[in-house]
Design a protein around this ligand. Structure first.
Ligand code: GLU
Length: 315
């Protein structure tokens, strides 16, 4: 049966969108629009202190400026209620309770320093694997520790290897106990963690295609496992390469921080779209172009495997 694609853009509004976010919005939107699917805007404002509503409103304004629209979510909501994660706590609680009922959760009292000491050596991408230090605590030990500090909650991963094919990174595999470890699904301040919220939302919203930055490739195996555990079908993942400058160097902090507040004073939406489309291999020269003009010829095959290069005049 033909399944229409459902894609989404899921920014964390901790500031103005920067170049990487704009590229992610553009490519995820183009892929969905090319396939005639549904596009969702989800605001990942789990941490209300870091993510005020004013930033979420600016994201909508910036997307409109760019010429990107969405069918569901953002301030207009949709069938799954609010698309602001900060307003979906009761939903996350339901899924959290399901995991608890399966005895898959345990409280973790480790401080930052203890975590460091209790972690396996860093993986090549900088991630650390929790060795399960708090997994074996007795009820008495837990009660005693609770008097002194709040606990985060971890989910126990099984002895399983998750294999998936990323749309750009290719076949990836991860052995959950040694390369992921039991991971946090609720923070010690009670806020549900990104890893739980993103799976619950993608699952409930029927998302079939996740397009996001390569920095989240390392979170994908655990999310696929959690999708299955919660009864969802995992989406197809496409992790887009990093943006480099014209000489192929990593963007410096200053360049990477080029946000839309600055970019909107220097470029028209079509100039900015053209520069990013050129970096992504979608057009041969960095000429001004609207997102809509890119829909017909869009193909993931055009994207380079390696980092993307922005045109010179950007800097
Ligand atoms: N909210 C995350 C971010 O802005 C993206 C999460 C995702 O796409 O899965 O980096």
């Amino acid at each position: 049966m033909y399944e229409p694609v459902v894609g989404r853009f899921a920014p964390s509004p901790s500031g103005r969108m920067h170049l990487g976010n704009v590229l992610c919005a553009l490519l995820s939107w183009l892929s969905v629009r090319h396939q005639g699917g549904k596009y969702i805007l989800r605001i990942e404002d789990l941490d209300p202190e870091r993510c005020p509503r004013s930033y979420a409103d600016l994201i909508e304004d910036d997307l409109h400026w760019l010429g990107l629209d969405w069918d569901e979510g953002g301030s207009s909501g949709g069938p799954d209620g609010s698309y602001y994660q900060s307003e979906r706590t009761a939903i996350y609680q339901t899924y959290f309770d399901r995991l608890a009922a399966q005895n898959l959760l345990y409280p973790c009292f480790c401080s930052r320093a203890e975590l460091h000491a209790a972690s396996a050596p860093h993986l090549s991408d900088g991630r650390v694997v929790y060795t399960g230090r708090c997994r074996g605590l007795t009820a008495e030990e837990i009660a005693e520790k609770r008097k002194r500090r709040g606990a985060a909650t971890r989910v126990i991963v099984p002895d399983e290897t998750v294999v998936f094919t990323d749309g750009l990174a290719g076949v990836c595999r991860e052995h959950l106990p040694t390369e992921c470890g039991d991971f946090i699904i609720r923070r010690s301040d009670g806020v549900f963690a990104y890893q739980l919220a993103v799976v619950v939302d993608d699952g409930r919203e029927g998302v079939t295609e996740v397009v996001r930055g390569r920095d989240l490739l390392g979170s994908t195996a655990r999310q696929i496992w959690l999708h299955r555990l919660l009864g969802f079908t995992p989406p197809h993942f496409v992790h887009i390469p990093l943006l480099n400058d014209a000489a192929g160097r990593r963007l410096s902090k200053r360049d990477a921080d080029l946000d839309l507040g600055v970019l909107r004073t220097r470029f028209s939406p079509a100039e900015l779209t053209g520069a990013l489309a050129f970096a992504a291999g979608l057009i041969d020269t960095p000429v001004p172009v609207t997102p809509r003009e890119l829909i017909a010829d869009f193909s993931w095959d055009r994207l380079p495997q390696d980092d993307l290069r922005l045109p010179e005049r950007f800097f």
